[in-house]
Structure formats: C-alpha cells, structure tokens
Design a protein around this ligand. Structure first.
Ligand SMILES: NC(=O)c1ccc[n+]([C@@H]2O[C@H](COP(=O)([O-])OP(=O)(O)OC[C@H]3O[C@@H](n4cnc5c(N)ncnc54)[C@H](OP(=O)(O)O)[C@@H]3O)[C@@H](O)[C@H]2O)c1
Length: 323
C-alpha cells in the first residue's frame, strides 16, 4: 500500500500517519506493564510483522514499558522480518520521574543495547515531572543530538507552556523540538481546548496521539458487549468512560462512527483513526496499540479510504462534548 509520509516536526524524518504503539509488549513488568496481558498472550512478533508489512514505518516504545521488555520486543520483532535498519523509525522515551536529567545518559546506553541494531530516531521525555528543570533536560537532549546518538527530540504529556519552554531552550542550542505525545482521541479532545494543539501548529511540532482508540472503546466492542470490560486485565474497567454511564455518554459517537463505517465497508475504529489523522491536517499522527495481530491489521485498514469533509464535520459535532 502506498502511504503518504509526513514530516516529523521540523526534522528530516518522515513517518506514516499511524505508527504502532508498543506499550502492549510490557509483559506485565512494572506498574504500567500491569495494564496489558503477558507476552504469552500478546504475540508481539506477529503484531510487528503485520504492521511493518502493512506499511507502518515507526514504532513507539518506552523505557518504562516493562522496563525494557517492550524495547527488546520491538528489536526482536523487526530483526525477525529483516526490517531495514536505516528506514525503520524507532521512537522511545526516557522516564524522568524522580530522576535527574544526567540519568538520561545511563538510560539511553541501556536502551541502545536493547533496541540494537535499530537506532533511536525520536527520543522523548515521557513526562514533565522530573527532579531536573526542562532547561537541563533540553541541554542533555542537545548533547545527544550533537553526538548523533538520537536523530530528533520530543516530549510527552507536556502542557502548552512546557512545550514552549522546552522548544525555546532546544532552539537556542540549535535543534527543533519535534513532537509532543499526548492523549488524544474522539473521546478526549482536551488538547483542542488547552492550547496544546495550537502551540504545536504554531511551533511546527507534530502531535503524536496516544490512546487514539480510547483503549478500545472507539471500536464499539465494549458498547456491543459490556461484559467484555470485566475480562480485561488492566484498570481500564475503573475508568469513568468504561462505566455504564460512560458507555451511555459515548454511545452517540460510536453510533455515528458505525453509520459512516458502513458506507466504506469499514469499522468504527478505522473511521475514528481516519478522523484523527485528517481533521487537523498533517500535524496529527496516531499510535494505536494492539494485543492481537487482527487488531493491528484492522487498524491498518484506515489507510484504504478517506472520510469526506462532511463526515469529519459530523463526527466533530457529535464528539464536541469531549473537548
Ligand atoms: N506517552 C504516554 O504517556 C502514553 C500513554 C499511553 C499510551 N501511550 C502510547 O500509545 C499507544 C496506544 O495507546 P493505548 O494502548 O493506551 O490505547 P489505544 O491504542 O487507544 O488502544 C489499544 C487497545 O485497544 C484495543 N484495540 C486496538 N485495536 C483494536 C481493534 N481494531 N479492535 C478491537 N480492539 C482493539 C486493544 O486492547 P484489548 O484487546 O485489550 O481490548 C489494544 O491494546 C501505546 O501502545 C503507547 O505506545 C503513550
């Protein structure tokens, strides 16, 4: 499939509008890792294979996803299919909580080993919470960029003010801040209200939308069969949107996605992703995760069609209460 690539921020890196989210490969290690089943149940190699073969050219992982388990899976899965080193883009993250920026140097050495032979194309600060200032973190990022250890620098979960701060410091050191990875889906559109999207557009940064399917809710499967929610291992079941009142509140969005999906012989998830990567233009990309290869395959089907302007507006209208 011929998928039009998009520039990552102001970098020389070009990515597919969807990447593969790899938190799912955490093997239940660490607090965040408990959100998904173990690797015995999540076939990471297969998910990576179908994603790569379907045209996806980038993979989003993090140090804290199973404290290295996910990074190892990404490298393993890609090596198994001989994905070329030069054109495979790896986005990973440094975990800053209760750490100083100087710790980044030790983390990245370990991350490079786990991801080898693949290189880190995008290195992201996972959250703004750190013992160091944003300025100090950006100084370390600039050193990594200068040394050619990473190709580009980004952040995650940063507010509009923090984005500006980080962008300004890195710019002074001669590099662009290319992305902010944030929660963004049709059921969580806060970045349109709190200035994050506007700031990204203004600074030429890419928004990487995480949880773009609201962790499965936008597929419609939990609305169709709410008893499925209890079967999921993580704490999704305790989230307000997953309660009966949440299902009721989100139902009009799901119904609209279903109606539009029927026109294209598509699924609600594909329509939801379609909206996300087109409504605000090329600056928004998304990284749906998958626990089975069929899900990854289905999500790839997003590239087979393009919903119309009128359909985008209809979806916009019905999901405005989530802004
Ligand atoms: N930077 C951050 O702080 C941060 C935070 C969260 C996520 N992320 C990144 O974003 C990625 C994606 O976010 P996410 O995993 O939270 O949410 P998501 O992509 O919205 O949802 C992924 C989950 O939805 C279900 N699913 C996906 N496609 C499906 C399909 N076609 N049909 C049925 N079910 C489907 C699967 O769960 P089940 O099969 O279990 O139902 C899957 O694990 C992560 O992998 C990670 O790389 C980053």
């Amino acid at each position: 499939m011929d998928i039009k690539l998009r520039q990552l921020g102001e970098s020389d890196i070009h990515i597919t509008p969807l990447g593969l989210g790899c938190w799912q490969f955490s093997n239940r290690i660490g607090f965040a890792g408990k959100f998904w089943p173990s690797l015995e149940e999540v076939p990471s190699d297969e998910i990576i294979k179908v994603s790569w073969e379907g045209g996806i050219n980038w993979f989003d992982t993090a140090e804290m996803y199973g404290w290295g388990a996910s990074e190892k899976c990404v490298s393993h899965g890609l090596q198994k299919i001989n994905a070329p080193i030069e054109s495979t883009i790896i986005a990973t993250k440094w975990h800053p909580i209760a750490r100083r920026a100087s710790r980044m140097l030790r983390s990245i050495e370990e991350q490079i080993q786990r991801l080898a032979p693949y290189k880190i194309s995008l290195y992201q600060i996972h959250s703004p919470t750190s013992l160091s200032s944003i300025k100090t973190e950006m100084e370390v990022m600039a050193d990594l960029l200068k040394a050619g250890i990473i190709r580009s620098a980004g952040v995650s979960n940063y507010s509009a003010r923090q984005m500006r701060n980080a962008h300004a410091h890195l710019e002074k050191l001669g590099f662009p801040l290319v992305s902010n990875q944030v929660h963004y889906s049709l059921l969580n559109r806060k970045i349109e209200r709190n200035g994050i999207l506007k700031t990204a557009q203004e600074l030429g940064m890419t928004i990487i939308a995480y949880s773009p399917l609201e962790q499965g809710l936008l597929t419609g499967k939990f609305h169709e069969n709410p008893s499925l929610i209890k079967t999921r291992v993580g704490w999704r079941k305790y989230f307000p949107l997953y309660r009966p009142s949440g299902l009721e509140r989100t139902k009009p969005v799901i119904d609209t996605l279903k109606k539009i999906a029927e026109r294209y012989g598509a699924t609600p998830a594909q329509v939801a992703l379609n909206w996300l990567i087109h409504f605000h233009g090329e600056r928004v990309v998304a990284i749906p995760g998958a626990t089975r290869k069929e899900q990854a395959l289905q999500n790839l089907g997003t590239f087979k069609f393009h919903i119309s302007e009128a359909e985008m507006d209809e979806i916009d209208k019905v999901s405005r209460k989530f802004i």
